[in-house]
Design a binder for this molecule. Structure first.
Ligand code: ADP
Length: 355
């Protein structure tokens, strides 16, 4: 199957700021791609380039089989078959829900337009709100209208820029579930920008992690979390301790002791850093343990323990809610059996022994 969206070698600078550097990315039909990274890393720039609100300095962008931006091509935003949903919804305040949704359908004959609006109202469960104006809607309802308006012209791809960040915590989960359900039900290819790691991992078929204008990794949620390709991705996608470690005779050791075996690393003797996430770290109270509990955070179902090691580095461990080692307790620290931790040399992950 051909990709719906194809981005190749795309760069964009604003003055001296390189906001997008040689981006390469594809989205398959029906795929939901989440884009995440710290503020200023280029997420919005990527969306703006795809939407045609900005023109790349280099590279090409294809939507379906058409090149929409490139050295010798340029398709105007309104002709790109791209739907846009912004954080602030950007509904037309003087139009009711029906007319907001009908707005992008002016090229359709009246009867077809009416039918399409009704269809989209039903998909987004907005039928009862059809005659209301934006100020008569809750934040979540406005979000549904914004999505319905974006989907009405049957875009090839819908781009969502932090669509849930203006909603409060309780509303957010519900609106997110509704939005994803509508995108899935219509089979629409989508790219969603977020700054929320859990959101990126839980809703994306593929997660794109950006840093300083570059894509550091574009991969399945599981790969991004469990097999990060760089130090940045490992540190950005969830909490982790980075401990200096050593591989010798295929055995990985660090200050907590033996971490694991590293099959295939029998012939090397190298320094690495090992990445350990809180769910990979086990604790046992022990008078001759290596660590001392420095902080205990109760999260309800789980309790996060921060443990100070002899090097003064701190490692974290999730414990079940019934386990609470008080601050000051001496604990033995180990790695949960079966874990294959990420190893870094410099800023890059290594899966094979360095030569
Ligand atoms: P993000 O969405 O990840 O927060 P942006 O794509 O908005 O990041 O911005 C990437 C970088 O480009 C930032 O350093 C930002 O300040 C800069 N930038 C974005 N738009 C403009 C613009 N129109 N003019 C100048 N600099 C810009």
């Amino acid at each position: 199957m051909n990709a719906i969206l194809g981005i190749e070698g795309v760069s964009k600078s604003y003055g001296k700021v390189a906001a997008a550097r040689e981006l390469a990315l594809t989205a398959e039909p029906g795929e939901l791609v989440t884009v995440i990274g710290p503020s200023g890393c280029g997420k919005s720039t990527l969306l703006r380039l795809v939407a045609g609100l900005d023109r790349p300095d280099a590279g090409t962008i294809r939507i379906e089989d058409e090149e929409v931006a490139g050295p010798r091509s340029w398709v105007q935003p309104e002709r790109r078959r791209v739907g846009l949903v912004f954080q602030d919804h950007a509904l037309f305040p003087h139009l009711d829900v029906t007319r907001n949704i009908a707005f992008g359908l002016d090229r359709l004959p009246r009867a077809e337009r009416r039918a399409r609006v009704d269809e989209v109202l039903a998909i987004a469960r907005l039928g009862e709100l059809a005659g209301r104006y934006p100020h008569e809607l809750s934040g979540g309802e406005q979000q549904r209208v914004a999505l319905a308006r974006a989907l009405a012209p049957r875009p090839a791809v819908v781009l969502l820029d932090e669509p849930f960040s203006s909603l409060d915590e309780t509303l957010r989960a519900q609106v997110r579930a509704d939005t994803i359900a509508v995108i899935r039900a219509t089979g629409t290819t989508a790219m969603l920008v977020t700054h929320d790691q859990t959101e990126a991992l839980s809703v994306g078929d593929r997660v794109v992690v950006m840093h300083r204008g570059r894509i550091e990794q574009a991969d399945t949620p599981v790969s991004v979390f469990e097999r990060p390709s760089t130090r940045f991705v490992a540190s950005f996608m969830g909490d982790a301790a980075f401990l200096p470690a050593h591989v010798h005779d295929a055995l990985l050791t660090c200050e907590i002791g033996v971490v694991s075996t590293v099959p295939g690393w029998g012939h090397v003797d190298v320094d690495v850093d090992v990445v350990l996430r809180p769910h990979e770290v086990a604790l046992t109270a022990s008078d001759d343990g290596i660590g001392v509990v420095a902080a205990v955070e109760y999260h309800g179902a789980f309790v996060l323990h921060s443990v100070r090691l002899p090097s003064d580095r701190v490692i974290q461990s999730w414990q079940p809610h019934s386990v609470r080692h008080p601050v000051g307790t001496r604990v033995a620290v180990s790695v949960v059996p079966g874990v294959t931790p990420t190893l870094l040399v410099g800023d890059e992950t290594v899966t094979k022994p360095p030569s």
